[in-house]
Design a protein around this ligand. Structure first.
Ligand SMILES: O=C(O)[C@H](CS(=O)(=O)O)OP(=O)(O)O
Ligand SMILES: [Mg+2]
Length: 228
């Protein structure tokens, strides 16, 4: 198995083989929590207007996401694992739009298969990929706004490569490295109430869930489902 690591939107666009789109803060932590709260599937789109249009057409029940970290007008929830944790999503189809994570999923058009990953589903994602034993895996760290590399996604990509190669680095070490990085302060900034300290804590609960998040095209839509 060849494992490549890439970054940002251009990395998603050129991803070949099985693509693992990584977004720790917060898209694919939020998605994992949504599944844990009963959402059967998540339709992933790049643009907020696409999400609103799908909900208007009855293709989704709830819009979740962000622009600049803030819940877009008309959305039901922000892109917050903490907000998701308080929601009853049993049987509710979520439509998610974020500026890095879901935009990266939508851009990965050359990939043979796509996973959406974060620390909370890392081991399950590696296990699912190893079961299929593909010849090529491309791990893409989406970063901030898909155009600035950030520690949490890069570290999660490196962690995933280690797992795929049969090693399991220390979760405590990962948490310490991410907590020392530049993307954490916003969760504790009263001037940015759309970010919650609990978002960060939940995103760093390494391997919290035992499912991966597999994304596949269904009737022309990118649909994410928990993948045991
Ligand atoms: O909602 C998020 O946390 C981020 C936006 S920001 O980088 O924190 O401003 O979006 P995502 O697409 O989940 O990286
Ligand atoms: Mg992010």
């Amino acid at each position: 198995m060849e494992i490549r690591i890439d970054s940002l939107l251009e990395g998603a666009r050129r991803a070949r083989g099985v693509a693992v789109i990584v977004d720790v803060f917060r898209a694919f932590t939020t998605a994992a929590v949504a599944f844990s709260r009963g959402a059967p599937k998540i339709v992933m789109v790049a643009e907020p207007d696409e999400a609103l249009a799908l909900r208007a057409r009855g293709m989704g029940d709830l819009c979740v996401g962000e622009v600049n970290g803030i819940r877009p007008k008309g959305f039901d929830f922000g892109n917050s694992p903490f907000e998701m944790a308080g929601a009853d999503l049993e049987g509710k189809v979520v439509v998610q739009s974020t500026r890095a994570g879901t935009t990266g999923v939508a851009a990965a058009t050359e990939a043979s298969a796509v996973y959406a990953a974060s620390f909370v589903v890392a081991r399950a994602t590696a296990r699912a990929i190893l079961r299929d034993n593909p010849s090529l895996v491309t791990i893409v760290a989406m970063g901030w706004n898909a155009d600035l590399r950030t520690d949490e996604d890069e570290l999660c990509a490196l962690y995933l490569r280690n797992l795929l190669e049969g090693r399991e680095p220390s979760s405590d070490a990962l948490r310490q490295l991410v907590q020392a990085s530049g993307q954490v302060g916003k969760f504790y900034d009263p001037a940015q109430p759309h970010f919650h300290p609990e978002d960060c804590d939940m995103a760093l609960d390494v391997n919290r869930y035992d499912f991966a998040i597999r994304v596949a095209r269904e009737d022309g839509l990118l649909v994410a489902r928990p993948h045991a």
